[in-house]
Design a protein around this ligand. Structure first.
Ligand code: GRF
Length: 210
């Protein structure tokens, strides 16, 4: 595959609003990329319909019934490779990966998480932020490693926490930023001009000026 391959594989489990944000960013030419396939591990996930409406190939691959987690991951890798996917974007994909996917796509699996990592990994990140009493939370897009919600950070955006916030209201305001941050992070990774030093994603001066 040519070096200018900008083909994405988007993995979802649910409503797919981040998937929609990526679809919209591509349609509006804010993001130069192609979604080669959307894969859901949940039959009937709302995001599948969004993909179909945009004319994108969809695949449902249940995670159940495989001899092991790695077998499922290997099958996913097979489907992504078949479609010459360069970058795998987890968009509300509610499963942890083993080695096969990460090794098949080194520094090419992204995840979006609704907090400023490393604060509040895991489920209910917005409620965790409220419970802790932080005054600001936000969104993180990061490379996926073996550890949950870990991995070098590509983009973060801050969202204030208001005194009268509920989990729902905070989640809704963070989601607005998610929908901006994910296309930005995907574009940044596809454009290149960055390197990873330790845990840091560092952009070259020329790339950072854009
Ligand atoms: C988002 O809040 C994302 O940060 C988290 O799961 C949620 C998925 O939402 N990983 P959607 O399916 O993209 O609407």
């Amino acid at each position: 595959m040519a070096a200018d391959n900008r083909r994405l594989g988007v993995l979802i489990s649910g409503r797919g609003s981040n998937l929609q944000a990526i679809i919209d960013a591509i349609a509006d030419r804010r993001l130069d990329a192609t979604i080669a396939v959307v894969i859901s591990n949940i039959d009937g996930a709302g995001g599948l319909e969004r993909a179909r409406c945009a004319g994108i190939e969809t695949l449902t691959m249940s995670h159940r019934g495989w001899p092991s987690r790695d077998d499922y991951d290997r099958a996913l890798v097979g489907e992504l490779r078949k479609r010459e996917v360069r970058l795998v974007c987890l968009a509300g994909f509610m499963r942890k990966f083993g080695a096969p996917l990460i090794e098949a796509f080194p520094n090419a699996v992204l995840n979006i998480h609704p907090s400023l990592l490393p604060s509040f990994p895991g489920l209910h990140a917005q409620q965790q932020a409220l419970d802790h009493g932080v005054k600001a939370s936000g969104v993180t897009v990061h490379f996926v490693t073996r550890d949950l919600d870990d991995g070098p950070i590509i983009v973060q955006r801050v969202v204030p926490v208001l005194d009268d916030d509920s989990e729902e209201s905070l989640a809704a305001r963070i989601l607005v930023e998610e929908h901006r941050a994910y296309p930005d992070a995907i574009g940044l990774v596809l454009d290149g001009g960055w390197r990873i030093e330790g845990r840091r994603v560092i952009r070259s001066t020329a790339a950072a000026a854009v």
